[in-house]
Design a protein. Structure first.
Length: 218
């Protein structure tokens, strides 16, 4: 029975993944496919199976022979994860190393079912806590993007956002003018991550760097 699924493949393992896909389904014919999510490399096999590969670099229409060497390698990435229970910010090198990172905990109280004056006071306190969290994470992000990192050539070319969408958007809006340009970077979103801890950051880096492959087995 035909099936389609998604898989994240580490850039360093993509060549091996393609080799195994070819062994399973036969020789591949490469082309550039375009759909609602943009352009991707499409590899079609003799048995009707296909795979669409997306990295941070879109393929060019004249590259019909397949991905060029290094296509799968991600650029330096800025990772910003924020939820009510914590945050993580990191600048990630092309090889996946953490050039700079900061992980911390902040607590923003959950919603309450109480009514009246108590509920209003609670809402104000909760809003203040969220504002403090956003300000702190924006400050950490600006520091991670400091001039000393630019001097080392680790300027990010992609943005990975995760956690609470509203808080993450507020962090980007709160960045100082000198670093606000990161808002326009190509981005990948991971809204399903839990409260950020170091292990959560490591997993987000893995997912952020990965080549996303849509696989159809005929």
């Amino acid at each position: 029975m035909a099936s389609t699924h998604l898989v994240d493949v580490a850039p360093e393992r993509l060549a091996g993944w393609v080799e195994r896909f070819t062994d399973s389904h036969g020789p591949l014919t490469w082309s550039v496919a375009t759909d609602d999510t943009g352009e991707a490399w499409e590899a079609r096999a003799q048995d009707g199976s296909w795979a669409r590969l997306r990295s941070w670099r879109a393929p060019r229409a004249d590259e019909s022979a397949g991905p060029a060497p290094g296509w799968e390698r991600p650029p330096p990435l800025l990772v910003v994860l924020v939820r009510r229970g914590g945050y993580a910010v990191a600048l990630v090198g092309p090889d996946g190393s953490l050039e700079q990172h900061k992980v911390g905990t902040r607590h923003v109280q959950s919603r309450t079912a109480a009514g009246g004056w108590s509920q209003q006071r609670f809402a104000r306190r909760r809003g203040n806590q969220a504002d403090v969290l956003v300000e702190a994470v924006a400050g950490h992000t600006a520091r991670v993007l400091g001039e000393e990192l630019a001097d080392r050539g680790a300027v990010p070319e992609g943005l990975v956002l995760g956690g609470d969408r509203g808080l993450a958007d507020a962090v980007l809006r709160g960045l100082p003018t000198a670093t606000a340009g990161v808002r326009g970077l190509p981005r990948r979103t991971l809204w399903d991550v839990p409260d950020p801890r170091r292990s959560v950051l490591d997993d987000a880096v893995r997912r952020g760097r990965a080549v996303r492959v849509q696989v159809h087995n005929a």
